[in-house]
Design a protein around this ligand. Sequence first.
Ligand SMILES: *Cc1c(COP(=O)(O)O)cnc(C)c1O
Length: 399
Amino acid sequence: MYTEFQKHLQAELQSIREAGLYKNERVIVSPQSSGIKVDNNGKETEVINFCANNYLGLADNPELIKAAKERMDKRGYGMASVRFICGTQDTHKQLEKAISDFFGTEDTILYAACFDANGGLFEPLLTDEDAIISDALNHASIIDGVRLCKAVRYRYKNGDVADLEEQLKKAQEQRFRIIATDGVFSMDGNVCPLDKIYELAKKYNALVMVDESHSAGVVGKTGHGVTELYNLRGQIEIITGTLGKAFGGSVGGFTTGRKEIIDMLRQRSRPYMFSNSIPPMIAAAGLKTFELLTRDNTLQDRLHENTEYFVTRMKAAGFDIKPTQSAICAVMLYDARLSQEFAAALQDEGIYVTGFYYPVVPQGQARIRVQVSAAHTKEQLDKGVAAFVKVGKQLGVLA
Ligand SMILES: *Cc1c(COP(=O)(O)O)cnc(C)c1O
C-alpha cells in the first residue's frame, strides 16, 4: 500500500528541494535568548539571534522560570482534560483576568495557541447570513478560521482603507459583519490602520477583530498593542493574541473582548472544547509576564530604544528598509537567491537571521527579516549592523 504513496511523496519533496524551498531546521543547544548556541555539524557555535519573536527577552527570564517551577510543584504537570470537563484551575482563571486587565476588555478565553484562537473564532459566531471582511495579508490562522465558517468572505488590499470601504459597502447585504486584521503584519512590520478601520466599522455597522500576536507587548508606549497606539483601548470587540511571542515565548493563545462573545466561544468554539487545557506552569508564567509588564516600563522602553537604534543605523548604512512601526525590520534584497546567500554569510559572521522569499513574501520581494529584542545589548546591535555592512559590501548590495 505505502509504496506508491511513498514514491508520490518522494517526488513532491524532491520538487520542493529543487525549487530551493525546502526548509531545514537549524538546531539550538541553549535557551532561547539574544545570544544562543547553535549546533554546527556537531560543533557548538555562538551566534547573536535576530530572528526570534522574543521581543521582550522573556523567553529565558528567571522570574518566569521560577513561577513556572513553583506552580508545577504545587499544581502538577498537566491537566489531562479540556477546560469544561475537569481542566480549569484557579491559575487559568487568574491568567484570563490578567489578560482582560491588560487589554481593558471584559473577558478572556485561553487556547492552546493563537492558531486555535483564530481557528475557532468565526464559526461559533457567524452563519451564512453574515460577512467577514479580511485583510489580504492576514495570518494563515485567520485565513483558516474564516474558511471554517460559512459567512460570506470579502478581502481588502493590505491596510487599504479605500478598498475596505468598497468591501463594506458590498457586505451591507449581510446581517452582521466582522472586519478581521492583524495588528502588525509580520513580513513588513507595518501596523494596521486601526483608527480608520474603527471609523469605517462605525459608519458601516461592523465589528472589529484584531490579532495582536506581533503587536502586543511591542506597539504603543507601554506595549499594550495597537489599541494603545490608536487610543482605542476597550473599543475593539475582539482581540486575539499569543503567549508565544513577546509574552514569554512559550505556548498559549487567547481571545479577549466583549463578554457575550467570549461566553459564546466557551460554549461553541471547537479548539477550546475539544483540546487540552494549558499546563498550570504555563498559565503561572503567563500570569507573571503580565505582572512584570505592568510593574514598570523598562522592557518596553528598551525594546523601542533598541529598534530605533538598529533601524536608524541600518538606514544610514544604505540598506533599503521597509517602513516599520514594530520591532520587525525588513531588509529588502528583492532576489531570492541573494537573500539565502546573505543569510548564510551572516551566520558565518555570527549573526542568526532568516531570509524570506516567495511564497512567504510576494515574488521579487525577497528580504531578510530582523527582529529586535529588548534583550539585545548595544554591543550585539552594533555587531549586527557591522556584519550586515560587511556582507552587504561583499555581495554588492551596498556600494
Ligand atoms: C504567530 C502568530 C499566530 C500564531 O500564534 P501561536 O500561538 O504560535 O499559534 C497567530 N496570528 C499571528 C498574527 C501570528 O503572528
